[in-house]
Every structure is written in structure tokens, then in C-alpha cells.
Design a protein around this ligand. Sequence first.
Ligand SMILES: NC(=O)c1ccc[n+]([C@@H]2O[C@H](COP(=O)([O-])OP(=O)(O)OC[C@H]3O[C@@H](n4cnc5c(N)ncnc54)[C@H](OP(=O)(O)O)[C@@H]3O)[C@@H](O)[C@H]2O)c1
Length: 370
Amino acid sequence: MNPFTMVKEMWRAFFFVWSIQFWRMSLLWTLSILYSHFQLFKASIYSHKIVSYPRCFPSTTPRRPVCVITGATSGLGLATAHQLSKDGYVVVIVGRSEQLLSEAIRKIKGWNEDACLKAFQVDMSSVESIMKFKMSLQQWLLDSDLHCSVQILINNAGILATSPRATAEGYDQMMATNYIGAFALTKLLLPLLECSPVSSRIVNVSSFTHRAVIDMQVDEGTVSGKRFLSSKQYPYANIYEYSKLCLLLFSFELHRQLCLMGKSHQIFVSVADPGVVQTNIMQEVPAILSCLAFSVLKRLRLLQSPQSGINSIIDAALAPPGISGAYFFGGKGRTINSSALSRNAKSALELWETTSNLLSVTPFGVEGKS
Ligand SMILES: NC(=O)c1ccc[n+]([C@@H]2O[C@H](COP(=O)([O-])OP(=O)(O)OC[C@H]3O[C@@H](n4cnc5c(N)ncnc54)[C@H](OP(=O)(O)O)[C@@H]3O)[C@@H](O)[C@H]2O)c1
């Protein structure tokens, strides 16, 4: 780094530290992750039975099952793609950059030369791009010798954007990537998940930060994030937490809707919380502060590598049939309780309807109706 860039970066860090959002992130997020660990600790001290599930590995004969992972070009997504390729899945990796997708394929092939991979360039913050992906995936499955279905969908793509950016559809980019994209993709892939010869699974990668939300506001301006785009100070920490809470509410509502549709024995939905993991997620935070945060978290023994951070994701993806609506955290197949707000059925239904209304004015409105 040249001296000019270094001074600029220090100056940016200085301003960053003086924002409420920074302190919200530092204090509330630390308390949130400590609370999740406390749940595991309490269960072990008082010998409460913690609910945990073994992993069930797929049958790869006669044909290998297909798993779709979004945001698989780095961090947790990349490590998950590698692990599931070792477990016998044909892994469809989804990313927004052609170059990063090629690099991801090269890396995974380097770790596991037998990996069966297919990359698709998709912008998860764009409903149009997600719809095109669904068509291309379906065509690719039909043209391949694979069963035309998806056995696992992992909605992992996510960002922590520290400045406001609008998507082509006018949504806030963080809300669009972290929540709306996952909602749209899941609904579009339901028919392919339903076609799976054995039960299929949806895993939504949420975060302990959802615990920091204490009041759930559900209206189109908030869910689309449009109302934040014009705010004087972009409340990035609040939006990130809110997007992760939305993903949880969506997961639990989807589980309920599948029960109502009589499909709950066929498609299972779970949430995975990886804990704190050293990845690129903090790339928009000044480097000096993210390095400091990682070193403090390392001292507190809370920081994990992507290889161990994926444990909850793999646990959720390979959970036994029938396990649905669970919140996986801490590895070893363990589940804990998510926040009370995330389990509020009324808010979940309200969010489902608001998101569906929001998308009804896009081309998704016609195809995604169910
Ligand atoms: N790291 C943690 O401590 C932590 C804790 C709890 C939850 N999580 C969640 O874990 C998930 C994975 O994050 P990570 O920590 O592995 O961070 P990461 O290394 O930054 O990975 C995020 C992935 O999402 C992709 N992505 C971002 N925007 C996208 C878009 N519009 N379309 C398609 N792909 C997009 C990124 O692609 P590019 O490479 O192109 O940017 C990247 O592959 C996120 O949902 C995050 O919220 C992380």
C-alpha cells in the first residue's frame, strides 16, 4: 500500500469509528454471538439435552445428486462447495463474476480432482438474472445425464455493504442479495427440488446478528430497502441484521407453507448460522478495523476458518430426512433457538406476503406464483 492510500484508509477508519453503526456492530454483534455460545454452554453445564442430528450421506448411484450453492466463489460458499463435492454431489456453483467462478473451479479441482462442478454466472441481487439462471439450470440438467432435479439448495450469497447502492430493480443491494434473491431463487427452484427422487433440502445461511433486531417492521419500503437508499446515514449494520432476520422468518414460513401444501415430507428447510468466520464479508469495512476485529475475536476464541465455519451449513445440508425448521449452530449437528422475533408466525406471514407483492410487479410475479 502506498503512503497516500494508507493515509486515506486511516482517515476512512477514523470516520468509521465515529459512527453509531460501527459501535452497534462491535457491541451488539459480539453480545449476539456470545448469547448463541451461551446456549450451547448452558446446555452442556446443566446437562440439558441439546438437539443434534447426525449427517446422512447421499447415495451416488445410479446418478449423482445435484446441489446448488450461491455465493460459492469465496469464503463459506467455496469451502461448502468443496466439502459437498467430496461427499459425492454434483455441485452447481453460483457467483456473479465469470473470473471468480473460473478461479473457484480451479481451486476446488486442485483440492479434489474428482469434483463434479458446473458454474453459472448469476447476480443474486437481480430477479431477472435469477430467472435466467433457473432456465439455464433446467436446460443444463435436461442435456446432462443427471436426474432433472436439485437435492440441495444452499442460499449462501451475502454482503455487508457499508454504503447505499441500488439494484437495477431499485432495491437496496444488501436487502436484494441477502434476502430477496434467496426468496426468489427458492421459489423458482421449488419444482426442481420437488422432483428429487429422494427428499430435498433448502439451507438458508443466516447469522447470529439477527438477534440484534428487537423490532420487526414489515412494509415494502423496508423489505426492498428502498427507504434506506435515501437516508442521510446508511444504517448498514441494522440492514444486515434485518436481512438475516428476514431470511430466518422466510425459512420458517416456507416450512409452514410446505406443511400446508402437503409437501413437508418431500422438501425440508433449515437455517445455518456459521458463527464468526474469517472471510471476505468485512471487505467494505476499513482494513485496519476488520483486522483489529478479527484479532480480538481470535483472542476470544470466537473466530473460525471457513473450513470449520461450514460445519453448521454441512450439518443442515446433510441432516436426516424429516428435520425441518431447525437452526443449526456450533457444528456437531447441534441446533439452538433463534430469537423469539424470528419465530413470530404473524411477522413471517406478513413478510411472505409483502415480499410476494413486491415481486409481483416484476416478471417473477408471473412465474414465481405458488
Ligand atoms: N463470515 C462470517 O462471519 C459470517 C457469519 C454469519 C453469516 N455469514 C453469512 O455467510 C454467507 C457467506 O459469507 P462469507 O462470510 O463466506 O463472505 P464472502 O467470503 O464475502 O462470500 C460471499 C459470497 O457471496 C457472493 N456474492 C455477493 N453478492 C453476490 C451477488 N449479488 N450475486 C452472487 N453472489 C454474490 C460473493 O461473490 P463475490 O466473490 O463476487 O463477491 C461471495 O462468493 C453470507 O450470507 C454471510 O452473511 C457470514
